[in-house]
Design a protein around this ligand. Structure first.
Ligand code: BDR
Ligand code: CA
Length: 315
């Protein structure tokens, strides 16, 4: 039986790992139809994230893909960025020319609202790979779209791994905890890729070499991006390589059997200065709080990297 590709909107703040996620999606038309890419401020400011998204579309040979710029700051807080991880451009590593393809005039939030109203209810999946500002803004402005979302599959949060930007919080959730709170309370079915799983999706020398050996521009870029991105996590965690966080979201849509997790309650801390942005995950079921998310804890890393290599080699 042939599978119908899932319609998705990727909301992103590229970021080398976001870039790999975008390539994976754009290389997988039998699994996902990318309706558009919405950029948000996160790893770097918005003018860079929207530019980087366009660079990646061109690299994937899809200059006709629509890229929209969204919110340039969190709902209530000052923007926190992560140049210390991703470099000043967000895509540091290889030399990259400015993109030629245009940015869409429409605001990303308007595109999200319009698309969710235009497509049949329950047929569009949102894939946030950065802070949740665009999604929460769309939900606040147009609550009628909330029940129309099929699912949200997002990278964010941590439980056993705790934090990467503070001792308690993961970057995407920490940057805009109020937005995350809106999304986690929205009632939309959630699949969450926290650090608990992404820290198991580590690059290795052999995995990076496989990308380089493709001999293609996308293969070389992925190798150079991961080379760059790696140094930070290797120093920080003493790990063999770097976690490719965001591609876990797209890999889930293509091969969910690579992942395992628990359907549990997850709440966002928005008050405490000490633990702001923490994803309080009831992994052990010690409360009566209603499950709102499939919280992923493990993956088959070999299968994940085999999928990435197979798909990136197509570009
Ligand atoms: C997340 O933060 C960003 O640095 C990455 O792109 C990923 O989305 C990991 O905490
Ligand atoms: Ca990201």
């Amino acid at each position: 039986m042939t599978k119908t590709p899932r319609k998705i909107i990727i909301d992103t703040d590229p970021g080398q790992d976001d870039a790999v996620a975008l390539l994976l999606a754009l290389a997988s038309p039998e699994d996902v139809t990318v309706l558009g890419i919405t950029a948000v401020a996160g790893n770097v400011p918005l003018p860079l994230t929207e530019r980087n998204a366009r660079i990646v579309c061109e690299l994937a040979g899809q200059p006709g893909m629509r890229v929209f710029a969204g919110c340039d700051r969190p709902l209530r807080r000052k923007l926190v960025t992560a140049e210390h991880v991703h470099g000043t451009t967000g895509l540091d590593g290889p030399q990259l020319a400015d993109p030629v393809m245009p940015l869409q005039d429409q605001h990303a939030v308007d595109f999200l609202i319009e698309t969710l109203r235009a497509e049949p209810a329950g047929t569009v999946t949102l894939c946030p790979l950065g802070p949740l500002t665009n999604i929460a803004t769309a939900f606040q402005r147009a609550p009628d779209i909330i029940p129309r979302v099929q699912e949200i599959v997002l990278m964010g949060g941590a439980y056993f791994e705790v934090g990467n930007i503070t001792p308690a919080a993961e970057f995407n959730i920490y940057v805009d905890p109020e937005a995350a709170d809106i999304v986690f309370k929205s009632g939309v079915p959630l699949v969450v890729m926290p650090l608990d799983v992404t820290h198991k999706a580590l690059t290795t020398k052999a995995r990076i070499a496989a990308f380089r050996a493709m001999g293609s521009e996308p293969g070389r870029m992925v190798a150079e991006w991961t080379d760059f991105f790696e140094r930070f996590d290797m120093q920080k965690y003493g790990s063999e390589g770097a976690p490719l966080h965001d591609p876990c979201v797209i890999a889930w849509l293509i091969r969910p059997e690579l992942f395992s997790g628990r359907h549990i309650n997850v709440e966002i801390e928005t008050q405490s200065e000490l633990t702001l942005g923490m994803t309080v995950a009831d992994w052990w079921g010690v409360t009566e709080r209603k499950p709102n998310a499939l919280f992923i804890g493990d993956l088959d890393a070999e299968g994940f990297y085999a999928l990435l290599a197979e798909r990136i080699a197509r570009l």
